[in-house]
Design a protein around this ligand. Structure first.
Ligand code: GDP
Ligand code: IMO
Ligand code: MG
Length: 424
């Protein structure tokens, strides 16, 4: 057996949570492999909406096991809150034995968040626009070999290890200015650590490989999006993990030859939240219309998402980096009623016309070369039969497939589980 990977091909918020939930009945195990509570994965069914930050989006399916992998960074306070919220909605994955956590996953400390905020404040206008969840500083401690891991919470000297790391953080924070009081958050952190100890801990590498050996199916759930990858995104306006397929190998402990299908999700247009280049961004009423119709406000931070047309060079880049075998287009319904829609096919950059994302995209803007396409008027949200999809939308799908060379297998026409069409 192999591990299928599902990930975002743009700047995040492509609808990963919804689609993982839809596909989860096909899998025995759903595993998050990177990122942390910077993610907000939304899913809807039975008129209820749920937002997950750390927990895999397979949690609502009765038969799935869910793993938070070693590549994820965990804020125990947020994880506890997520599980408390689920419990009050009638789901208790811990009691149901449906959630395990990698003991090698790193912990986000209250001071990691302070460091994140201090760094962003210092950068002023040029800030990354981080979610302020402490993601960057936690991954810095991981690669800097200072970090605390989930498994450390079981050690008798956990508090001493914590104090040692916090002392280091305080010395860095002092360089930024006055250190805010975080005693309340620290108390909440230790309460949440007590709770964390009640969740079964595993070695994700053995756990996942055992599933494969037993012939069970596994889906790896990505967070963020390819264009936020720390190596291949628009650095430095990126997150601090590898959001690409390779991240599933290191973030779970699976060999590259164990990767099966790679399902790439993209919106029918583009959004980005936070700073950084966005070639097709619309600053006019069309952008505002996309934002309003698409409810483009962050699931984690509530920030307004920047909106623009589909970016084919960026999509091709993401498909190449990830080895995407099948595509899923989400939010097609949001484009209904646009008389014309546009696709970016190339960029004008440094006086040249190019069809790839240039190295210096953060310094020298890439101006989009747009192709005009016919829109469609029909409301898609009630469609349940793929044959009812308007011809103009199918032309748009075909146009993208021809450009990128990978089939679009699913079309999402609304936030609910049932608003998902298999078109291939
Ligand atoms: P994720 O981070 O990739 O899981 O995506 P988010 O949950 O942050 O953002 C996607 C938003 O779009 C959520 O509010 C979803 O409920 C919603 N959504 C997902 N698919 C569709 C769709 O096909 N149409 C519409 N209108 N909304 C969708
Ligand atoms: P999901 O999984 C959209 C963005 C932030 C910021 C940059 C760095 O819901 O798609 P960080 O907090 O990681 O240091 O922020 O990355 N970002 C996301 N944008 N969706 C996400 O996750 C994101 N996670 C981080 O806005 O620009
Ligand atoms: Mg999101």
């Amino acid at each position: 057996m192999t591990v299928d990977v599902l990930l975002g091909l743009q700047w995040g918020d492509e609808g990963k949570g919804k689609i993982v939930d839809v596909l989860s009945p096909e899998y025995d195990l759903i595993a998050r492999f990177q990122g942390g509570p910077n993610a907000g994965h939304t899913l809807e069914f039975d008129n209820q909406k749920y937002v997950l930050n750390t927990i895999p989006s397979g949690i609502f399916n009765e038969k799935n096991m869910n793993l938070i992998g070693n590549g994820v960074v965990i804020d125990p306070i947020i994880l506890k809150r997520e599980l408390d919220n689920l419990k009050s909605s009638g789901f208790d994955p811990v009691a149901a034995g449906k959630l395990v956590i990698a003991r090698k996953a790193h912990l986000i400390l209250p001071t990691h968040q302070l460091l994140d905020a201090a760094s962003e404040t210092k950068m002023g206008e040029g800030k990354i626009g981080s979610t302020l969840k402490g993601i960057g500083p936690t991954y810095m401690d991981k690669t800097g070999r200072n970090g605390l891991r989930v498994g450390d919470s079981m050690l008798p000297d956990f508090k001493e290890r914590y104090d040692k790391l916090v002392a280091k953080h305080k010395s860095i924070l002092a360089h930024y200015g006055e250190i805010p009081d975080f005693s309340e958050r620290e108390q909440a952190f230790f309460d949440a650590i007590d709770f964390l100890r009640t969740i079964p801990q595993v070695d994700s590498e053995h756990f996942v490989n055992k599933y494969l050996q037993e012939g069970k199916s596994v889906l790896a759930e990505g967070a963020q999006g390819t264009l936020l990858d720390v190596d291949f995104g628009s650095y430095p306006f990126v997150t601090s993990s590898n959001t690409t397929t390779a991240g599933a190998c290191t973030g779970l402990g699976i060999a590259p030859n164990k990767i099966g299908d790679v399902i790439g999700i993209f919106k029918a247009y583009c959004t980005r939240v936070g700073g950084g280049p966005f070639p097709t961004e619309l600053f006019d009423e069309t952008g505002e219309k996309l934002r309003q119709v698409g409810h483009e406000f962050g699931a984690t931070t509530g920030r307004a998402r920047r909106c623009g047309w589909i970016d084919i060079p960026a999509l091709k880049y993401a498909i190449m980096l990830n080895g995407v075998t099948a595509l899923i287009m989400t939010k097609a319904d949001v484009l209904s009623g646009f008389e014309k829609i546009y696709a970016c096919t190339h960029y004008k950059h440094n006086g040249e016309v190019i069809d790839y994302m240039p190295y210096d995209i953060c310094g020298v803007p890439a101006e989009p070369v747009l192709e005009e396409l016919e829109g469609w008027n029909e409301d898609l949200t009630g469609i349940r039969n793929p044959e009812e999809v308007p011809a103009k939308l199918m032309e748009y799908v075909k146009y993208i497939e021809d450009k990128v060379g990978v089939p679009v297998k699913y079309l999402s026409v609304g936030p609910d589980r049932v608003q998902t069409l298999v078109i291939k």
